[in-house]
Structure formats: structure tokens, C-alpha cells
Design a protein around this ligand. Structure first.
Ligand code: BTN
Length: 177
């Protein structure tokens, strides 16, 4: 793949993640973590660009966030990494790698299989890492933290469906395997 083309794709994906962050956060009250749309951008980066370029897009987003309010609600990377939602963002960083690893274990181009793998890496892994970090951050017990994160599952599942539909449609054109 042409490296200029790759760089443009990575830059566009980082931009898309920022644009999705313009959707205002939906606060939940009982948990200091809002519902956001930005994690769908992370899923899209992983499905559309694969492990290397997807991770690079997310890292560029985080680097831009050192200087600009790129996160949902106008937060910056340092603010997010020192708050209750840091675990989710750590999950975002590894999501493309986890998805690629799962795809190697289960190589299939069946949309339902791809959806299952996107869900495991982009919903289950991210929400579990987020919940573990949240429990640590708030000095709460792990089980209630994990249970409170169930609130994200329906919305995150819809985001995984959308990312899978868009991803399976366009990933070949983008040079992903
Ligand atoms: C931030 O901007 O501080 C990061 C927010 C992380 C929110 C997480 S991502 C997974 C889960 N699904 C959501 O809609 N919200 C949480």
C-alpha cells in the first residue's frame, strides 16, 4: 500500500474520531462515565484500517489531544488520562491489535463473525478494562463497577453493528486484509 495513501487514511480516521467527539456526552448520574459516540470511531479505525494503521490513527488522536480538546465534551488527553475514564481509552488503544489477533484466530469474512470479533474487542474488552480502572480510581469494588458498565452494552453493541457494516463494506478498498 502506497504510504501517502496510508498516511491520508490514518489522518482522516483520526479526524473522524475527533468529529464523533463533537456529539455531546450523555451523563448517567450513577457512574462518572458518560455515553459517547467517539468509541464508534475507534471501532471503525480498527475494522477499516487494521491493527497498524488503526492503532496509529488512535495514537495521532491522542497526540493531538495533548494540545487540543479532542475528546467528547472538550477534554484533552491529559485530563482524560487523569480521570475516571482513562481505562476505556487504554482499551481504545489496544482495540485494533486485539481485533487483529482475534481475526487471526478466527479468519472469516462472514459479517456475523466479524461483528462478534468487533463486539469482543471493541465492546467487551474496552468496557471491562474501563470498569476495572474505574473501580481502582473510585476505590469501589470490582463487581459493582462491572455491573454498572452493563449500561453501555446496548449502545456499544449498536455502534459495533454500524462499524461492522461500514467496515465490511469498505475495508477491501482501504487495503486492509
Ligand atoms: C472520555 O471522553 O473521557 C472517554 C469516555 C469513555 C466512555 C466509555 S467508551 C465505552 C463506554 N461506552 C460509552 O458510550 N461510554 C463508555
Amino acid at each position: 500500500m502506497n504510504s501517502t495513501k496510508s498516511l491520508i487514511q490514518i489522518a482522516l480516521m483520526a479526524t473522524l474520531i475527533i468529529i464523533l467527539g463533537l456529539m455531546p456526552p450523555l451523563p448517567l448520574g450513577f457512574i462518572p462515565v458518560p455515553i459517547v459516540l467517539q468509541n464508534m470511531g475507534v471501532m471503525l479505525a480498527a475494522v477499516l484500517l487494521g491493527a497498524k494503521r488503526g492503532t496509529l490513527a488512535i495514537l495521532i488522536f491522542l497526540i493531538l489531544g495533548l494540545f487540543l480538546p479532542v475528546f467528547t465534551g472538550g477534554s484533552t488527553t491529559l485530563v482524560v488520562f487523569s480521570g475516571p475514564t482513562a481505562g476505556y481509552v487504554m482499551g481504545w488503544v489496544i482495540m485494533p491489535l486485539v481485533l487483529a489477533g482475534l481475526r487471526q484466530l478466527l479468519p472469516s469474512s462472514q459479517p456475523l463473525v466479524i461483528f462478534a470479533l468487533v463486539w469482543l474487542s471493541g465492546v467487551l474488552v474496552v468496557d471491562v478494562i474501563g470498569a476495572i480502572y474505574l473501580a481502582h480510581y473510585t476505590h469501589a469494588a470490582l463487581l459493582p463497577s462491572l455491573l454498572s458498565n452493563l449500561v453501555f452494552i446496548p449502545g456499544d453493541t449498536i455502534k459495533a453493528v454500524i462499524a461492522t457494516i461500514i467496515g465490511t463494506r469498505y475495508r477491501k478498498q482501504l487495503g486492509s486484509d
